[in-house]
Every structure is written in structure tokens, then in C-alpha cells.
Design a protein around this ligand. Structure first.
Ligand SMILES: *[C@@H]1O[C@H](CO)[C@@H](O)[C@H](O)[C@H]1NC(C)=O
Ligand SMILES: *[C@@H]1O[C@H](CO)[C@@H](O)[C@H](O)[C@H]1NC(C)=O
Ligand SMILES: *[C@@H]1O[C@H](CO)[C@@H](O)[C@H](O)[C@H]1NC(C)=O
Ligand SMILES: *[C@@H]1O[C@H](CO)[C@@H](O)[C@H](O)[C@H]1NC(C)=O
Ligand SMILES: *[C@@H]1O[C@H](CO)[C@@H](O)[C@H](O)[C@H]1NC(C)=O
Ligand SMILES: *[C@@H]1O[C@H](CO)[C@@H](O)[C@H](O)[C@H]1NC(C)=O
Ligand SMILES: *[C@@H]1O[C@H](CO)[C@@H](O)[C@H](O)[C@H]1NC(C)=O
Ligand SMILES: *[C@@H]1O[C@H](CO)[C@@H](O)[C@H](O)[C@H]1NC(C)=O
Ligand SMILES: *[C@@H]1O[C@H](CO)[C@@H](O)[C@H](O)[C@H]1NC(C)=O
Ligand SMILES: *[C@@H]1O[C@H](CO)[C@@H](O)[C@H](O)[C@H]1NC(C)=O
Length: 559
């Protein structure tokens, strides 16, 4: 017990010298200064006294009321709490001194000095004199930041995008100044930031701040000269004739130039207070190179090649084209600024899968054509009527045996345009005509030949005519069809005559054999009735044979 109280005394003595307690009060508020770190009052307390270097402030004897001893500035500002703490109202910096609490306990006196420090946050923080603009690479006073009436002096920090800027003696120079108010003792800190901008600072915001406060952010117009000019085409391409075309000249400097030179096909047009130039109702002649440049620096330029698309249908054909069969039809499709994207054909309103081949025209090529060409947003349509005409030509002339073999049907097929008229060299019983399709017509004639005939079929139109012949006989029909040729005629006749002669000879020989046989049977080789019967049968068989032979021969000739 004695030992511990001795230790306490020792600590108290040491503290009197070196570990003076410090408390921080706030400016303008009431500062509470505890006595002996707020330790409970000793039981045998005789008197408590607060004093400072100018004398006594308060005293309190045991079981007595507090007595104010202070004069002047402390007279009305000091008081003491139940636990002996000193209260100082309306703290100012003048209160920054040491106050001592003295306790008298049964003949023993203890003193507890407390150092009071008064703190004050800056009243206001101002960001003033912001630079009008920042020019890249040029050191500029960005602004002044002031933290007013603080204690201790406020430390101002500059921030770019919330990151502290540290003075590097080159791009960032910060100079601070302190000013102490000779009445209040409060300090106003002023900090000036000199800053050399870089291009990215166009989007940066700057603030300054103290421990607990920050200015509102400020951004700057960062100026820099133009390094690149670009010519933009504002209107949406691809362009076609009649479009309006707006060009824009963009310079990357800040502030951007207000005037530009546009080079429109070799002609320089100065545009002021605008960066655009519009060409109205462009034509194919406007295709070419466009340029824009800075007024004060022609080397700063950009160019673009622009194409004004056009599509002219130019088949080079009249509305109605008349051509001879076998000839070719040549035409251009279109005159265009680029490759055609599609060419669609229709013939007589029916879609064709591909472009018709007109190298060698046929009658089937005749018709009404429509062709649509497209290129980008452009399309053109052309129409023409193609008429393929030609002298009629007989394709085929043949005979057909009618079912009853009594009459012959002659078929004459011809091609030609305009529609050929068909005529025959004979009169028929029935004559009919097929429909006229793709320049082809077939005419049929039914005749009952009473004599051997050579029939001619003649086809004709205003361009000319054609004739072919066919043989028609009573007994047989000749399929062969030929142009008239007398020498061939006689050869054929000879052949036919030869055949008929051999047929006659065969008949004569068979007749002779039959006659001989009859004569022999009459001489009595077969006498009995049965035998007669047999001979009768045999003779019948022979007759049949002869008939067969005859028929065979006739058929041979017919074939
Ligand atoms: C202490 O002060 C109060 C009024 O503040 C008074 O009523 C009281 O009598 C005083 N006591 C003594 C011992 O003077
Ligand atoms: C700053 O704010 C902190 C808490 O955010 C506070 O503890 C401190 O006392 C304040 N300082 C000033 C000087 O206002
Ligand atoms: C404060 O200083 C200014 C000049 O520096 C002086 O004019 C003024 O009288 C001073 N005030 C006091 C209270 O000392
Ligand atoms: C930047 O410049 C533009 C005009 O060039 C102006 O309208 C704007 O107020 C300026 N901004 C600042 C932060 O100075
Ligand atoms: C082009 O501009 C002229 C006048 O500026 C306007 O009358 C016309 O409608 C424009 N044409 C198109 C296709 O925008
Ligand atoms: C435009 O075309 C011209 C001639 O063909 C060519 O010399 C030039 O380089 C082109 N310009 C651009 C920007 O393509
Ligand atoms: C052809 O162009 C016209 C406008 O000129 C457009 O209305 C039409 O749709 C186009 N047709 C085709 C097949 O592209
Ligand atoms: C065909 O008949 C007509 C009368 O109908 C006649 O004038 C003409 O001579 C006949 N032709 C032939 C080849 O028999
Ligand atoms: C027709 O020709 C055939 C064969 O040449 C011949 O047999 C026949 O007698 C001829 N008919 C007439 C009527 O001339
Ligand atoms: C009849 O046909 C034969 C064989 O085709 C031919 O040689 C002859 O010239 C034709 N006769 C007539 C009269 O046309």
C-alpha cells in the first residue's frame, strides 16, 4: 500500500515535468479541461483550485460553492463541473495555454497542468481565378485555392480526377502561402497551382481540398492547335444523281477552326462560321476528288474521292425491232457508273431465268421483252418488241395413209414470218391448218387420188415463197419428199416399173405351174372319188399358196 502510493507520487512528480496532458478544444465552443484526467475526487479533499499563468481562476473549498477569482477575459467565461473540470466558454486561440488544477488533500498539494489547444476547420474553401483555358504544353495558372481562418493552418491539396497532384517542378508547380489574422490568430492558406496541360485534360476535372472539405470540380477548355484535318461525308451514300451531298471538314484542334477551304473539283470555296458544304442535286459530273483544308495552313488537308452513281438504260434498240431469222441481235444493256447488280428479263410478261441468247434469232424469239437492270438504289427498265421475220421454208412435206386406205392425208409444215399462206397443187376433200406457233404452221390436205400424182405444196408470205413436191399414188404412198427433179423422177419410175414387171412375171409363172398341174390331174393320175376329193383339196391348197405369194409381192411393193 505504501509502496504503490509512493509510485503514484513518483509518476505524478515526473508528469509535472514532462508528461503534461494536452487537450484539444474547438474554436468558439466550450472547452472542458479535466482535472487529473477526470479521476474521482479524493475523500479527504480540502480544496480545488484552477489557475493559469496569470493567476487564479476558480477555487472551491470542501462543501463550499465555487468562487470565481478570475478577472478580465476569463471573468465571465469560466466555471467548474461537479467532477472539478474547468469549463471555458467561447474558446479562442488566446485560450491556447496551460491551465493547472491544484488539489489540496489533508496537507498534501497536487498540481495537474493541462495544455489546451484550439482547433478550427477552415470557414470556407474557395477555388478562385480559374484559368480561361488550358493550352497544351503551356504552363498556366489553373486557379487559386484558399482555405480561410483555420487552426492549425489548413493543408491544401490539388486533385485531378480525384487523384492528388504532386508538385514535380515541371508540369505541376504548387505554391502555398499562409496568412495569419493578427486579431484572431487564425490562418488562411492560399495555394496556387500552375499546370501544364496535356491533351487528355480536355475531359479532366480539377478540385482542391483540405482534410474534410473539397471544392466543387472545375473542368477547363483545353486548347491545342490542329494536327489533323479530316473530310467527312455527312450524307449517307452511295450517291446517285439528284442527291444532295454534304461534306464536313473536321479539324482536331481546340477550339476548332471556324472557317475552312473546300476544294470542289479544283475550285476553292471558302466557308466561314461553318464546317460543312453542301452540293445540291449532284450529277455524274460531280464524281471526283474533294478536299478541304485550313484557311491559314493549306498543308492541313484531307481528300476523298466521291462517286455519283448513275444508271442509264441504253439498249440502243428501237421500240420495235424487226430481224430476219438466223440473224443476230446486238445491244448494250446500260451505261452505268459501276457493275450492274442484276439484269432481269421478261418475255411476254413471263420471267426468263437468264438473258436470252440472240446470236441466231429464231421465230420463237419473237415477243415483247422487258429488261430491268439494277445497280445499288438505281434501277431502269426498258421494253422492246422483237419481230423475227423470214421467207417461209417448208420443213416437211409428207403423206399419211388414212385409216381406211382410201385417201391420203398430205402434211406440209413450214416456218416463216409473217404467217405463210399454204397452197396445194391439187384440190382436197378436207383441208385444215394447225395453229401458228413460233413461226411454224402445218397444213393438212386430204385427197382421194384417182391417178398417180405429184403434189406440190407452196408456202408464201410477202418476203418470198417455197415449194416442195410429194408423190401420191393410188396403190401405195411414197413417203419420200423431194424437190422436183426429172432425172430422179425417171429413175424412181424405172424402179417402180421393174417391181411391177417382176410381180407380173411371178403371177404368170405361178399361173403356168397351176395350169400344168391341172392338165396332169385331167390325164387320170388321180381317178377315185376320194382321190378326186384329195386332188380337190390339194388344188385348193395350191390356190391359197398362190394367193399368199401374190399378197406378199404386193406388200413388198407397198413397203
Ligand atoms: C451556494 O450558492 C447557492 C446559490 O447559488 C446558495 O443557495 C447557497 O446558500 C450557497 N452555499 C453557501 C455555503 O454559500
Ligand atoms: C474531419 O472529419 C473527421 C471525420 O470525418 C473528424 O473526426 C474530424 O474531427 C474532422 N476534422 C475537422 C478539422 O473538421
Ligand atoms: C493588425 O495588423 C494591421 C496591419 O498589419 C494593423 O493595421 C492593425 O492595427 C492590426 N490590428 C491589431 C489588432 O493588432
Ligand atoms: C469552353 O469554351 C466554350 C466555347 O469555346 C465555352 O462556351 C465554354 O464555356 C468554355 N468552358 C469553360 C469551362 O471555360
Ligand atoms: C436538296 O436540297 C434542296 C435545297 O437545299 C432541297 O430543296 C431538296 O429537297 C434536297 N433534295 C434532297 C433529295 O434532299
Ligand atoms: C482519288 O483518285 C485519284 C485519282 O484516281 C488518286 O490519285 C487519289 O489518290 C485518290 N484519292 C483518295 C483520297 O483516294
Ligand atoms: C426501282 O427504283 C424505284 C425508285 O426509283 C423504287 O421505287 C423501286 O422499288 C425500285 N425497284 C427495284 C426492283 O429495285
Ligand atoms: C380445184 O377446184 C376448183 C373449183 O373448186 C377448180 O377451179 C380447180 O380447177 C380445181 N383444181 C384442180 C387442180 O383440180
Ligand atoms: C400408178 O403407179 C403404179 C406404180 O408405178 C402403177 O402400178 C399404177 O398402174 C399407176 N396407176 C395409174 C392409174 O397410173
Ligand atoms: C416420185 O418419187 C420418186 C422417188 O422419190 C422421185 O424420184 C420422182 O421424181 C417422183 N415423181 C414425181 C412425178 O414427182
Amino acid at each position: 500500500m505504501h509502496f504503490s502510493s509512493g509510485l503514484c507520487l513518483f509518476i505524478a512528480l515526473v508528469c509535472q515535468v514532462s508528461c503534461e496532458e494536452t487537450i484539444i478544444g474547438l474554436y468558439g465552443e466550450t472547452v472542458e479541461v479535466p482535472c487529473n484526467k477526470g479521476a474521482p475526487k479524493p475523500k479527504d479533499l480540502i480544496m480545488t483550485k484552477w489557475k493559469y499563468n496569470n493567476g487564479a481562476l476558480l477555487t472551491q473549498s470542501k462543501d463550499k460553492n465555487v468562487t470565481v477569482k478570475a478577472t478580465k477575459e476569463y471573468m465571465n467565461r469560466v466555471s467548474m463541473t461537479e467532477d472539478s473540470s474547468l469549463l471555458i466558454a467561447g474558446a479562442t486561440l488566446k485560450d491556447e495555454q496551460t491551465f493547472t488544477c491544484m488539489i489540496v488533500v489533508d496537507g498534501d498539494i497536487s498540481e495537474f497542468p493541462v495544455k489546451v489547444i484550439i482547433h478550427k476547420a477552415p470557414t470556407t474553401l474557395d477555388f478562385t481565378s480559374p484559368a480561361a483555358e488550358l493550352e497544351i504544353g503551356k504552363p498556366t495558372q489553373l486557379g487559386i485555392c484558399s482555405a480561410h481562418d483555420a487552426n492549425p493552418a489548413a493543408v491544401i491539396t490539388w486533385y485531378k480526377n480525384k487523384k492528388p497532384l504532386l508538385a514535380d517542378g515541371k508540369g505541376i508547380v504548387i505554391s502555398s502561402a499562409l496568412k495569419v489574422d493578427n486579431e484572431t490568430g487564425l490562418t488562411t492558406t492560399t495555394s496556387v497551382l500552375s499546370y501544364t496541360a496535356v491533351k487528355e485534360d480536355a475531359d479532366a476535372f480539377f478540385t482542391c481540398g483540405t482534410l474534410n472539405s473539397s471544392s466543387s470540380p472545375i473542368s477547363f477548355n483545353v486548347t491545342y492547335p490542329t494536327e489533323k484535318v479530316s473530310l467527312q461525308v455527312v450524307s449517307k451514300g452511295p450517291f446517285k444523281e439528284g442527291d444532295n451531298l454534304t461534306l464536313r471538314c473536321k479539324a482536331d484542334g481546340n477550339p476548332p477552326p471556324t472557317s475552312f477551304n473546300f476544294h470542289i473539283k479544283g475550285k476553292v470555296v471558302k466557308v466561314e462560321n461553318s464546317d460543312t458544304y453542301t452540293l445540291t442535286k449532284v450529277t455524274r459530273k460531280d464524281t471526283g476528288e474533294y478536299k478541304c483544308s485550313l484557311i491559314d495552313n493549306a498543308k492541313m488537308e484531307d481528300s476523298k474521292n466521291l462517286t455519283i452513281n448513275y444508271l442509264d438504260m441504253s439498249l440502243g434498240l428501237p421500240g420495235k425491232v424487226t430481224k430476219r431469222a438466223g440473224e443476230g441481235l446486238t445491244f448494250n444493256l446500260a451505261d452505268a457508273s459501276g457493275e450492274l447488280e442484276s439484269v432481269a428479263w421478261k418475255k411476254d410478261n413471263v420471267k426468263l431465268n437468264k438473258q436470252p441468247a440472240f446470236e441466231k434469232l429464231t421465230y420463237a424469239d419473237s415477243g415483247k421483252y422487258e429488261v430491268v437492270v439494277t445497280m445499288g438504289p438505281l434501277n431502269k427498265t426498258a421494253y422492246f418488241e422483237l419481230v423475227v421475220e423470214g421467207v417461209p421454208v417448208i420443213q416437211q412435206l409428207k403423206t399419211q395413209k388414212a385409216k381406211d386406205s382410201q385417201h391420203s392425208v398430205l402434211l406440209c409444215t413450214a416456218e416463216g414470218f409473217p404467217k405463210p399462206t399454204v397452197s396445194w397443187s391439187v384440190n382436197g376433200t378436207v383441208s385444215s391448218e394447225s395453229s401458228y406457233i413460233n413461226g411454224e404452221i402445218t397444213h393438212s390436205l386430204t385427197i382421194v387420188p384417182s391417178v398417180n400424182l405429184t403434189v406440190a405444196c407452196t408456202v408464201s408470205n410477202e418476203l418470198g415463197q417455197d415449194t416442195k413436191f410429194v408423190n401420191v399414188s393410188i396403190l401405195y404412198e411414197e413417203v419420200k419428199m423431194d424437190k422436183q427433179d426429172s432425172s430422179e423422177d425417171s429413175d424412181s419410175t424405172k424402179l417402180v416399173v421393174g417391181l411391177v414387171v417382176s410381180l407380173l412375171l411371178t403371177t404368170v409363172v405361178v399361173g403356168l405351174v397351176y395350169w400344168l398341174y391341172m392338165k396332169k390331174s385331167k390325164q387320170g393320175s388321180w381317178t377315185t372319188g376320194e382321190k378326186d376329193d384329195g386332188s380337190n383339196e390339194e388344188s385348193k391348197k395350191l390356190e391359197e399358196k398362190i394367193d399368199e405369194k401374190l399378197e406378199e409381192n404386193i406388200q413388198k411393193v407397198e413397203v
